[in-house]
Design a protein around this ligand. Structure first.
Ligand code: BG6
Length: 466
């Protein structure tokens, strides 16, 4: 389909921006917050999370900037261990009050809060008690989710259950400090998180009358390296294992058959208890959050001991798996300075595939470019590459909308600079620059980048001028 005039974005389109609690808040060991696993994750040469972007102490100023930007929505996560310092049991009233302040300011500024319940920061106390391998963590999550719905449900309509569960399973290093879980254990954790997501979905529908809730996985179209039929099958397989496994359970309440066959072959099928599948089938999300950075390209496995590339992978850099698929580079795409491929058209393909499978409204919950932004002597930050990246992706989102995808909003990553999961403050994503370096906290001043003014205009014209 060739849309000579793509449809305009709908008037109620949620132009937003995203962050997550541990990556922006700071105050990680104060104001009653308990430690999370992310507080253990401190590579010596990178920033830790103790101050991050100091959002905890800049809420007023940060929301004023969101208002100035014209945001219609702000996607953020609540820190589980700020609400329940030990993951369950006693509540931290100061933590509860902090999110009331944030949410109240957003609502007063006309900004729709979009709340992620859990974004990578499992409370340490639960982790030390087995984390997601222990079914008790499901109960703790249910208690936590229920508390949030009761506390904030009259102010927050949009909820996301778990951020990038598929990344937590496929790239477990940062989620398992001091432990190296086997794949078998990871797929057991996965089953428990799926149950936790289902319980939260049902609780939201029970407790929040206008509530809408969905998962927020990292979803990307997987391309075959060539049109060789074996490469096409490998791409299908990896797409099922990496993407559809998570969404099929969340939406349809069933395990994806291709992913299930893989789990059987690799002896990864989780232990289940009576009623688990009924519970999964009972939960019906209202919309899907999609985090998208770039597509992946794969070829058929050769099963010769070299399918797994000798490099470190991250959420966007696949490494391959022996006998399953071989990770390839797509030579037709550019890459960012951090080696992530840039594929704006792949966003359209991804949105179409997701909508075609599930027929649920989609909110883009993350997308953006990490770069070494520089603060100039005159106090400006020139990030033309971010404008270019987002413009190209917005255009493709608009085409996907014109194709019939029910796209309800777009929350780029990130509203402000934050601690990147792998590269600290060297890799920045925000519309707002935070004046700090890896170890040197400097002024923590907020500085609007060039992309801020550009996005402000995009929002003001509802995407008709980009
Ligand atoms: C997503 C995560 O995977 O990618 C974010 O949900 C993360 O938490 C973002 O920051 C960008 O990745 P990175 O590794 O560049 O910080």
């Amino acid at each position: 389909m060739f849309h000579t005039t793509p449809k305009p974005f709908p008037n109620d389109f949620l132009w937003g921006a995203s962050t997550s609690a541990y990556q922006v808040e700071g105050a990680s060991e104060s104001h009653g917050k308990g430690p999370s696993i992310q507080d253990l994750h401190h590579p010596a040469d990178l920033s830790d999370f103790s101050v991050a972007s100091d959002h905890y102490h800049h809420v007023e100023e940060d929301v004023a900037l969101m208002k100035e930007l014209g945001l219609k929505a702000y996607r953020f996560s609540i820190s589980w261990s700020r609400i329940f310092p030990k993951g369950k049991g006693e509540i931290n009233p100061e933590g509860v009050a902090f999110y009331h302040t944030l949410i109240d300011r957003l609502v007063a500024s006309g900004i729709e809060p979009v709340v992620t319940l859990y974004h990578f920061d499992l409370p340490l106390a639960l982790y030390e008690n087995g984390g997601w391998s222990n079914r008790e963590t499901i109960d703790a999550f249910a208690q936590y989710a229920k508390t949030l719905f009761q506390e904030y449900g009259d102010k927050v309509k949009y909820w996301l259950t778990i951020n990038e569960q598929n990344v937590m399973i496929n790239h477990p290093a940062a989620m398992n400090p001091g432990k190296t879980p086997t794949n078998k254990e990871l797929y057991q954790q996965n089953h428990h998180m799926l149950l936790a997501g289902a319980i939260a979905t049902n609780l939201c529908h029970e407790l929040v009358p206008e509530g809408k809730i969905g998962p927020a996985p990292n979803i990307i179209a997987v391309y075959p390296k060539t049109c060789k039929p074996e490469d096409v099958v490998a791409a299908d397989n990896w797409e099922a294992i990496r993407n559809w496994l998570y969404l099929d359970v969340a939406v349809k309440g069933v395990y994806n058959p291709i992913a299930w066959a893989y789990m059987e072959e690799k002896e990864l099928v989780p232990r289940m208890e009576a009623g688990d599948m009924d519970l999964l089938a009972s939960a019906k999300p209202d919309f899907l959050g999609v985090n998208y950075y770039a597509t992946a390209t794969v070829s058929a496995a050769k099963n010769d001991g070299h399918d797994r590339a000798p490099r470190n992978g991250d959420q966007q850099t696949m490494v391959g798996e022996e006998g399953v698929y071989r990770a390839e580079t797509n030579d037709l795409l550019e890459t960012t300075e951090f080696g992530w491929q840039i594929d704006s058209v792949g966003l359209r393909t991804t949105l179409r595939r997701v909508y075609d499978r599930y027929h649920l409204p989609i909110l883009i919950t993350e997308n953006g470019i990490g770069a070494r932004d520089a603060l100039e002597d005159d106090g400006t930050v020139h990030d033309a590459y971010r404008v270019d990246y987002l413009r190209r992706h917005f255009e493709q989102a608009r085409l996907a909308f014109s194709d019939g995808v029910d796209l309800i909003g777009y929350c780029p990553w990130a509203f402000m600079d934050l601690v990147s999961t792998h590269q600290g403050y060297q890799k920045r994503y925000g519309f707002v620059y935070i004046d700090r370096q890896e170890k040197d906290l400097k002024t923590l001043q907020r500085v609007k980048k060039d992309s801020f003014a550009w996005y402000q205009n995009v929002i003001a014209t509802n995407g008709s001028r980009m």
